[in-house]
Ligand binder design. Structure first.
Ligand SMILES: Nc1ncnc2c1ncn2[C@@H]1O[C@H](COP(=O)(O)OP(=O)(O)OP(=O)(O)O)[C@@H](O)[C@H]1O
Length: 461
């Protein structure tokens, strides 16, 4: 009996010694608790009130820093050392994931190096024992997901000998997001972050319009249209007020944008020559505006005389790679290049969608500061859109199910990580109603035609 007790104790001590990340904090917490217990009731209550009250006040006043410095590290610690750490070897054993050394007979298992958590995915960085490869884990994906109670498990290479195991715990973007209500104010700061859907942490997905260009990539049926319509919905009151003009090109003969044509100041859908001309006119207007505005301001503020111009181009390839006329292709690429390089400061912005993401289709792909990748066929395409290592860092656009259109990953200028998002879905009826209600008061041909625009619409920014 005594021998058994000693053995059990030895096993516990050994197990704790092998888990310094668990044992260390528990020992410190135990030590502090013992000290506090000696102080008497008043001091104990005071300490408890200070900790709980201070934490609650921090959470209440500054939730983002609380989450960053307290909640997220605490969750990661718990998952690393308790949720996954405690039974890890047991799970690996049950799943037959290990390699036995011939000479010693000892079985070595993959080891958790660190755990990173997003609201829906737990990422475990694993060190593989010599002799095991990523393929061994890939072959057991379903079993791993079942064992760890995950919706899905994916494995990707981190570096030789190390792999990331991504456990999707839940998909908060499963349900279709209904159209976001049209904003009821003309607050120009909204143009720095219009709400077009949700991120997977439940926060609104905000897309910058002023000061940016947006590139949307996705296979057919991936939901590119829902991003365009959700953006137009958020811009609708500005369009009606004449503070935003939309110049739209639908090379698919109006199949996507026709319902909203009343919202557009310029609209081309049939003739490629006219589409290219629209782009060239936008570039020429932009140049003219640059000349007029130079020296007056560096931050663009739309007015009815100088509205923000949003050029929307659905299916870019038809004007570039798939365009049979080389002459038109060259002209389209030049105009687009000009708009992308010079348009931000004078208020000319491009939102372009494409199915094919290669440079053949969009030579200027890298000039779009904000990029959205919806469902794509291959991992390489994800990196082409969102930047090197985007797929390795978890933007798994090739795993987005076909029956979840509108889901994608977005990488905003200056961000190193992509965020999983889902666009709201605007129905055909909602588009028709919006187009009727928010058509511009005065539809102009030319953006900077005259200053009388201000007095005609009677609105000013
Ligand atoms: N955000 C969304 N939420 C739910 N369903 C959506 C969403 N976006 C699109 N859908 C559904 O998916 C279908 C295809 O979407 P959409 O036409 O926008 O794709 P697309 O990427 O523009 O395709 P294509 O390039 O072939 O035009 C829509 O008819 C709609 O039923």
């Amino acid at each position: 009996m005594a021998w058994r007790l000693v053995r059990a104790l030895a096993i516990v001590v050994y197990a704790l010694a092998r888990r310094p990340g668990l044992t260390g904090p528990l020992l410190v917490a135990g030590f502090v608790a013992v000290q506090v217990a000696r102080w008497g009731w008043t001091a104990r209550v005071l300490v408890a009130v200070l900790i709980v009250g201070g934490g609650a006040a921090w959470w209440w006043r500054h939730r983002s820093s609380f989450n960053r410095f307290v909640r997220r590290p605490a969750v990661q610690w718990f998952r690393r050392w308790v949720r996954y750490g405690l039974a890890w070897r047991f799970w690996m054993g049950r799943l037959s994931l290990g390699i036995t050394d011939e000479t010693t007979g000892r079985t070595m298992r993959p080891r958790i190096v660190k755990v990173r958590c997003t609201p829906s995915v737990d990422r475990l960085l694993l060190q593989l024992p010599v002799g095991m490869s990523i393929k061994d884990l890939e072959g057991k994906r379903t079993n791993i997901a079942e064992a760890l109670r995950a919706v899905d498990a994916r494995v990707r290479k981190a570096r030789p000998g190390r792999v990331w195991l991504d456990l999707e715990m839940r998909n908060p973007l499963q349900a279709t997001i209904p159209a976001i209500p049209v904003p009821d104010s003309l607050d120009l700061s909204q143009l720095d972050g219009i709400v077009i859907g949700h991120a997977d942490d439940g926060t609104p997905w905000r897309l910058r319009i002023r000061g940016s260009h947006v590139f949307i990539a996705g296979a057919t049926g991936s939901g590119k249209g829902s991003i365009i319509w959700s953006a137009l919905r958020a811009l609708a009151p500005f369009i009606r007020a004449g503070l935003v003009q939309v110049w739209a090109i639908d090379p698919k003969g109006g199949m996507e944008l026709e319902f909203g044509k009343d919202l557009f100041t310029r609209y081309e859908r049939d003739d490629y020559e006219s589409m290219v001309e629209l782009l060239e006119e936008a570039a020429a207007e932009m140049d003219a505006r640059c000349k007029r505005l130079r020296g007056t301001t560096r931050t663009f503020k739309p007015t009815t005389a100088t509205p923000l111009v949003m050029v929307i181009l659905d299916e870019l390839a038809t004007l570039t790679a798939l365009q049979p006329e080389r002459r038109l292709q060259g002209r389209a690429e030049n105009a687009l290049g000009l708009l992308l390089t010079k348009g931000r400061a004078p208020g000319f912005h491009v939102m372009a969608a494409a199915q094919d993401v290669t440079k053949r289709v969009c030579e200027w792909r890298d000039l779009f500061p904000d990029k959205i990748a919806l469902r794509l066929a291959k991992a390489a395409e994800v990196d082409m859109v969102l930047g090197d290592d985007a797929w390795d860092n978890g933007a798994l656009c090739d795993s987005i199910p076909r029956d979840l259109p509108g889901i994608g990953y977005v990488r905003l200028e200056g961000q190193s990580q992509s965020t999983r998002v889902r666009a709201a879905y605007v129905t055909d009826d909602e588009i028709k109603a919006m187009a009727a209600q928010y058509r511009p008061v005065h539809r102009l041909h030319s953006v900077d035609s005259s200053d009388t625009t201000t007095s005609e619409t009677g609105e000013a920014a």
